[in-house]
Design a protein around this ligand. Structure first.
Ligand SMILES: [Cu+2]
Length: 156
């Protein structure tokens, strides 16, 4: 009789152990599935976001065109790379200027700008106030005279 009880207890504890193990396994499976679903969601979200970003960029560049991005070129009194740096920096700080490029050898400043935000007269003024000529607008004298000697127009 005692033996039977012991056997019974053993069987019971074995069953209990088995159920526990099964439960654990189920839980782990569920969690794994959850994780997979989550990562799928994240992936999808990322894709949507990058698509959105792309679309936005396209819209922006379309907008830029619609707003009137233009390129203009002025003849200037640039002498060296220091002048180039100075002018490009001044233009970079000017609202409406998208980009600028100073060609020292050709004495040319070319600027891509948004014509709804800044005018060519404004651009010439910025260059003049930096100490350089821009086509018909001569360099602001005070600014020009403050430039290092190598950057001043010869004879002035
Ligand atoms: Cu210079």
């Amino acid at each position: 009789m005692k033996k039977l009880v012991v056997l019974f207890v053993l069987v019971l504890s074995f069953l209990a152990f088995e159920t526990q193990a099964q439960e654990k396994g189920k839980k782990a499976k569920k969690e794994k599935a959850k994780k997979e679903v989550k990562s799928e969601k994240e992936k999808a979200e990322k894709e949507v976001n990058s698509e959105k970003g792309k679309a936005k960029k396209e819209v922006n560049s379309e907008k830029g065109k619609a707003l009137g991005n233009q390129t203009v070129s002025f003849t200037s009194s640039v002498q060296c790379d220091m002048c180039k740096d100075k002018i490009e920096k001044a233009l970079a700080l000017t609202k409406g200027v998208k980009s600028s490029e100073v060609n020292v050898e050709a004495n040319q400043i070319s600027i891509t700008y948004n014509s709804n935000q800044v005018s060519t007269d404004d651009l010439k003024k910025v260059i003049s106030e930096t100490g350089y000529d821009a086509d018909d607008v001569k360099a602001n004298k005070a600014s020009h005279d403050k430039l290092p000697k190598c950057c001043r127009k010869s004879g002035e």
